[in-house]
Design a protein around this ligand. Structure first.
Ligand code: TNX
Length: 538
C-alpha cells in the first residue's frame, strides 16, 4: 500500500519534472538577432517594405491557421506548409486546434479591407510572434505566400535556442502588381514537353508571381492536344516534331491536369491554336483544310510562313468551331489565343476575313480572343487583345481600335534568343538578349503605348532549339525572373544593380529546384551547398 502510494507520488513528480523541463525549453525568451527586411532578396520587389528590425522564429513551435470560410485559404496554408517542409524539413501543422506547444502562428486571413484594392493585393505583417497575411482573395493570399517563402532563410540558426530556428526578418510589406497579366509562353509544338516538365515550369513561375502560362499547342511541326471530334490531329499531326523525334500530345485528361495544377497555383492557362498560318500539321491530318494548293507532308524543319488554312470553305470554320469548343470546355480561363502570325501565303483580304470570322467563333464560346500583333489589320472588336511581338505599326493600330496589348517584343522579351554568341541554345534573329538587356527596359511606356492600354507582359519561349527540360531551363532562367519583376514591380522599384544582387541570391533556390539555369557572368551567383539530390526527401 505505502509502496504503491510512493510509486504514485514518484511518478507524478517525474511527470511534473518532465512538464517543467518542457516548459523551460519553450519559455526561455529567444533573443533574436537584428534584421533588415528591406535588405532581403525578394523578386519581384514588393511595392512597399517597412522593416522593424526584429525576428520571427520559424521553428517546431510554429503553426499555420487560415480563414476557413473563403475557398482556397486552407489549401494555401497547406501549400505553404509543404514548401516549408521541403526547405527546412519542419512539419508545420495547418488549422489544427488545441496543440499546447504552439508559440507562434502564421495566420492567412481573408480581409475585407478596401486598402487591398486589386485581386492580387496583399499585406504581410511579420511580428516577433506572429505573421499575418491579409488579402481579400485567395489569389492575393497565394501571391503573398510566395513573398513569405522567399523570406525564409535556407539555413537555420542553431545558436539562438536548443532547437533549430529559421529567422524571418520582421516588418510590414504592402504589395500589389503593376500589371494584371504576367506571363510566359511555352511552345510545345516545335518540341513536345511532357506534363511533368510543364508542371515543373509552372511551379517555378508561381514562385515569381507569374500568373499566365500560354501554351502554343499547334504549329507546322505538330498538333499537341487531343480533339475528340477530329482524332487524326493527334494520331497524324502529333506524331512529329523538329529534328525528327516522335512528337507527342496531351490527351484531354492530361491537358485538364495541367490546367488544374496551374489553377492551384493561381496561374491561368491560355491555349493557342495558331491559324491560318502555322497549320501544316493540321492540314496534313485533314487535307481539306489546306489552302496553299500544294501537296503536304509532315514537316520537321524550322521554316515559317509556308502553310495556310483554306479561308474560303465553311468546313474550315466548322472544324475551328469544334476545336475551339472542345478546348474552351476544358479551359476555365477567359482567353483563347488564335495565333495569326506570319500567314505569308494567305492573301491579305482572306486573312482579314478569316480573323474576323474566327473572332466570332471565339466569342460564341465565351472567350476573349488574343492574337499575335498581325491580327490588328483585321476588323476586330475592342475586347480582343493583340500580343505585340514585332510590328509597332500593328501595336499602335490595336491601341487605336481600343484593344489591349500584351508586350512581348522579340528584341527584349523573347526567351528563345541566345544570351550571347556562345549560347548553347537559342536563335538570334532578334539579336542577343543577355540578362541585363532582358531587364533594363521599360514596358510601361514602350513606344508610347499608354499604360491603360497595356494588359501586361509575356515572355515567349519558342522551342525550335530546345528539346528537353534542361534546355528549356537554360533559356528561361534566369531571364524569366527578370520579366517577373518587370511585370509585377513598379518602375520606381526596378533597378538593375539592386536586381542583380538579389538575383545572385536566388541561386540556392534554383539549385534546390534542380533548375539548370544559364550561369551568366553578369551575375555574381551565390554559391550554394544545395543540390536537388542532396535535399530531395522521398
Ligand atoms: C517567330 S513570334 C514566330 C515563331 C517562331 C519564333 C522564333 C511569332 C509570333 N512567330 O513562329 O518560333 O519567331 O523566335
Amino acid at each position: 500500500m505505502i509502496k504503491s502510494i510512493l510509486i504514485r507520488i514518484l511518478s507524478l513528480l517525474f511527470i511534473g519534472l518532465i512538464f517543467l523541463a518542457c516548459q523551460k525549453e519553450k519559455k526561455i525568451p529567444i533573443k533574436m538577432p537584428a534584421t533588415d527586411l528591406s535588405g532581403e532578396n525578394m523578386i519581384p520587389k514588393p511595392l512597399k517594405i517597412i522593416p522593424t528590425n526584429n525576428g520571427f522564429a520559424l521553428d517546431k513551435y510554429t503553426a499555420i491557421y487560415t480563414s476557413k470560410e473563403t475557398t482556397g485559404f486552407a489549401e494555401i496554408g497547406q501549400f505553404l506548409a509543404d514548401k516549408i517542409k521541403f526547405k527546412t524539413n519542419l512539419e508545420i501543422p495547418v488549422n489544427e486546434e488545441g496543440i499546447d506547444s504552439i508559440e507562434r502562428v502564421i495566420y492567412i486571413n481573408q480581409s475585407d479591407s478596401v486598402a487591398l484594392n486589386t485581386p492580387e493585393s496583399y499585406q504581410l505583417y511579420i511580428n516577433k510572434d506572429s505573421v499575418i497575411l491579409n488579402s481579400n482573395t485567395a489569389e492575393g493570399a497565394f501571391r503573398g505566400i510566395q513573398t513569405l517563402r522567399q523570406l525564409i532563410p535556407f539555413n537555420s540558426n542553431d545558436t539562438l535556442a536548443k532547437h533549430q530556428i529559421w529567422v524571418v526578418p520582421t516588418g510590414k510589406i504592402i504589395d500589389k502588381p503593376n500589371f494584371e497579366y504576367r506571363g510566359s509562353m511555352l511552345d510545345v509544338a516545335r518540341h513536345f514537353f511532357s506534363v511533368s516538365d510543364v508542371k515543373k515550369y509552372i511551379d517555378l513561375l508561381a514562385y515569381y508571381k507569374i500568373n499566365i502560362l500560354h501554351l502554343h499547342l499547334s504549329d507546322d511541326q505538330g498538333w499537341r492536344i487531343e480533339i475528340k471530334s477530329w482524332p487524326k490531329l493527334t494520331t497524324i499531326g502529333g506524331s512529329t516534331e523538329v529534328g525528327g523525334a516522335s512528337g507527342g500530345f496531351y490527351t484531354q485528361k492530361e491537358y485538364s491536369e495541367i490546367v488544374a495544377y496551374a489553377a492551384e497555383r493561381y496561374i491561368t492557362i491560355i491555349p493557342e491554336i495558331d491559324m491560318p498560318g502555322h497549320t501544316n500539321a493540321a492540314s496534313v491530318s485533314y487535307p481539306f483544310l489546306n489552302g496553299n494548293g500544294k501537296k503536304l507532308k509532315l514537316y520537321e524543319g524550322t521554316r515559317v510562313g509556308f502553310s495556310t488554312f483554306n479561308t474560303k470553305k465553311d468546313t474550315t470554320y466548322k472544324f475551328i468551331d469544334d476545336v475551339v469548343n472542345e478546348i474552351s470546355a476544358l479551359t476555365p480561363g477567359p482567353y483563347f489565343h488564335i495565333g495569326g502570325d506570319e500567314s505569308h501565303v494567305t492573301k491579305k483580304a482572306d486573312y482579314k476575313y478569316f480573323v474576323n470570322r474566327v473572332e466570332k467563333i471565339i466569342r460564341k464560346h465565351g472567350k476573349k480572343m488574343i492574337g499575335w500583333d498581325d491580327i490588328a489589320v483585321a476588323d476586330i472588336d475592342s475586347t480582343s487583345i493583340a500580343q505585340f511581338w514585332r510590328s509597332e505599326k500593328n501595336a499602335k493600330k490595336a491601341v487605336k481600335k481600343g484593344m489591349k496589348v500584351i508586350i512581348s517584343i522579340a528584341q527584349k522579351a523573347y526567351l528563345d534568343m541566345k544570351y550571347d554568341s556562345l549560347s548553347k541554345h537559342g536563335l538570334n534573329w532578334a539579336g542577343h538578349i543577355p540578362v541585363d538587356t532582358a531587364y533594363i527596359w521599360t514596358p510601361d511606356n514602350y513606344i508610347e503605348i499608354p499604360k491603360e492600354s497595356i494588359l501586361g507582359i509575356e515572355a515567349p519561349l519558342w522551342s525550335e532549339t530546345i528539346s528537353d527540360i534542361n534546355e528549356l531551363e537554360y533559356l528561361a532562367f534566369p531571364r524569366i525572373i527578370g520579366y517577373s519583376e518587370l511585370s509585377w514591380s513598379t518602375e520606381e522599384n526596378r533597378n538593375w544593380d539592386s536586381y542583380k544582387k538579389r538575383l545572385a541570391n536566388h541561386a540556392p533556390f534554383l539549385d534546390m529546384m534542380d533548375v539548370k539555369y544559364y550561369p551568366s557572368t553578369l551575375i555574381d551567383w551565390k554559391k550554394s551547398k544545395f543540390t536537388y539530390s542532396s535535399i530531395k526527401k522521398d
